[in-house]
Design a protein around this ligand. Structure first.
Ligand code: HPA
Length: 270
């Protein structure tokens, strides 16, 4: 895999992806941030050697290089999920590429359901810790020393420094930013009532189908990261309504400008 990552990095550098400073992963329904980027180059995932082959149902994906908040950024417009049938190594391959491209900080976003019912849909939650319920790890394979240690410490999976900075930005911009624990599940089915109750008992504030594998790899590679969830629905086990995907996407879109301002402001400070 090391050779493949290096080949992909060489391809991107050749396309002008040089001296990248910040990596950004855009979650479901959160593509608008790219409109804030002064784009220098856009490459479809299909054209990038060794990137996972897109399945029929996956969204069109692009890797975008440009400037935002005065920094050179590489943004993933669309990510890979386990529920699409990809392996843990495939969904985290782009994170390894970002690190070897020279990215020094990683900003991740996702859409998530609120388990903590004090947290409301349409609001943002800073992920301060996580629970991996995906039944596996991107590190459970032959270890490649160049990528980092075999046993990765997860004592501080999300950068304290970046978290402090984003909280200050939220205050400055008067954007409400909850803090909490994100639980990752495989999906794509939503949770049962019993599962929502279980998630609450074990200490989750939000649930989603991504992010955690990316954060594990970022930690192995010593890449400081931060994750913000856009809460798109409230998962109240005792008052559960049928899932409404258009409403989830609408809420993500409505909350998106807050995420765009927050990430842009944060990038200015790092
Ligand atoms: N579960 C419940 N609600 C959600 C999820 C999820 O994984 N993602 C977005 N809303």
């Amino acid at each position: 895999m090391l050779e493949q990552v290096k080949e992909t990095v060489a391809f991107l550098k050749n396309k002008g992806f040089l001296e990248a400073e910040v990596g950004i992963v855009l979650g479901t329904g959160l593509g608008k941030l790219t409109e804030a980027i002064e784009i220098i180059e856009t490459i479809s995932y299909k054209e990038i050697p060794n990137f996972p082959i897109a399945t029929v149902e996956s969204h069109a994906g692009n890797l975008i290089y440009g400037t935002l908040g005065g920094k050179r950024v590489v943004a993933m417009q669309g990510r890979f999920h386990l529920y699409e049938g990809y392996s843990f190594s495939e969904i985290t391959f782009p994170i390894r590429v970002l690190k070897l491209l020279g990215v020094e900080n990683l900003l991740i976003s996702n859409a998530a359901g609120a388990i903590n019912l004090d947290y409301k849909k349409g609001e943002l939650m800073l992920v301060e810790d996580h629970i991996n319920l995906q039944g596996g790890s991107p590190l459970a394979e032959k270890n490649i020393e160049e990528f980092g240690p075999r046993f990765v410490d997860m004592i501080e999976p999300y950068s304290k420094e970046l978290n402090q900075k984003i909280k200050a930005c939220a205050e400055k911009l008067k954007i409400k930013l909850f803090e909490g624990v994100y639980a990752s599940v495989v999906g794509p089915q939503l949770e049962t009532r019993a599962e929502y109750r279980y998630l609450k008992i074990i200490g989750a504030d939000a649930v989603g189908m991504s992010t955690v594998p990316e954060v594990i790899v970022a930690n192995q590679m010593n890449l400081p990261c931060i994750a913000v969830s856009v809460l798109t629905d409230e998962c109240d086990a005792d008052n559960l309504k049928p899932i409404n995907i258009p409403e989830i996407l609408e809420l993500a879109a409505k909350a998106e400008p807050k995420l765009v301002s927050l990430f842009t402001e944060l990038i200015k400070t790092i």
